[in-house]
Write a protein that binds this ligand. Structure first.
Ligand code: DC
Length: 231
């Protein structure tokens, strides 16, 4: 039996490997993968380029009205666009990463992003990752997963990614940044990062990608009686 037209919501802390896992299962099941953080990153890029963020201060009086005319969307499957421009690499820079958590804490920005995410969810057959997908965006998602991993393991993953990109990070700085982001994401007033009560928790501190796939197939079998997701 094939996986039905469901929404799979994957939430969790930064650098727990949510997007890698979400991409893996979307490929395995033939679902569309959508990265909700990319929309928050797109709004952040827009705010930086428009001069709405100066020395860490966000000009809310200019940013909030500008959201009305802001066109950030996904195209070609899962690529992020601002108008006609593909912004997939610009939204992954350190500058954007450094400003995105405060932008994602603004209620009007969350409302803007949630509306777009829900439009994508109408047809089902999507795997979406983020911080509040199973709690706020799709509280009725048929399958919710909450990912956690040890702080040092997560920082090491982030560190290795940065080294692979040719950067020269300091491990302690990476760890500090990760904890700061977790703190902002889980203590903000609107839709803080938290585990949905009906989510399956995956601690992947010591898991390989193959083990994650096996874990997921176990969940599918237990929950939906599905042995082979594509058969
Ligand atoms: O997953 P990411 O690092 O690309 O997310 C970027 C930021 O957006 C991060 O600070 C958390 C925030 N975010 C959020 O608040 N809610 C989501 N559903 C997805 C991301």
């Amino acid at each position: 039996m094939k996986v039905p037209d469901i929404i799979i919501a994957i939430d969790g802390y930064s650098s727990t490997g949510k997007s890698t896992f979400a991409k893996l299962i979307s490929k395995d099941f033939g679902f569309l993968y959508l990265d909700s953080g990319a929309l928050y990153r797109g709004v952040t890029l827009f705010a930086l380029e428009s001069g709405f963020i100066k020395d860490g201060d966000i000009d809310l009086e200019r940013l909030i009205p500008a959201l009305d005319g802001l066109d950030i969307h996904f195209e070609d499957g899962s690529k992020t666009y601002m108008g006609q421009r593909c912004i997939e690499s610009e939204i992954r820079t350190l500058e954007v990463s450094g400003s995105v958590s405060p932008i994602a804490a603004i209620p009007q920005v969350r409302c803007y992003v949630d509306k777009k995410l829900r439009e994508f969810g109408e047809k089902g057959r999507i795997v979406m990752d983020g911080r509040d997908i199973g709690t706020t965006v799709f509280p009725n998602a048929q399958l919710k997963i909450f990912m956690v991993a040890d702080d040092n393991v997560r920082a090491q993953r982030r560190y290795d990614e940065m080294v692979a990109k040719g950067e020269t990070p300091d491990f302690e700085e990476v760890l500090k940044n990760l904890k700061e982001r977790d703190h902002i994401d889980s203590t903000r007033e609107t839709s803080p990062l938290r585990q949905a009560e009906d989510a399956f928790v995956m601690d992947n501190s010591d898991m390989t990608l193959h083990e994650e796939t096996v874990w997921m197939r176990g969940i599918l079998q237990g929950r939906f009686g599905i042995l082979d997701p594509r058969a």
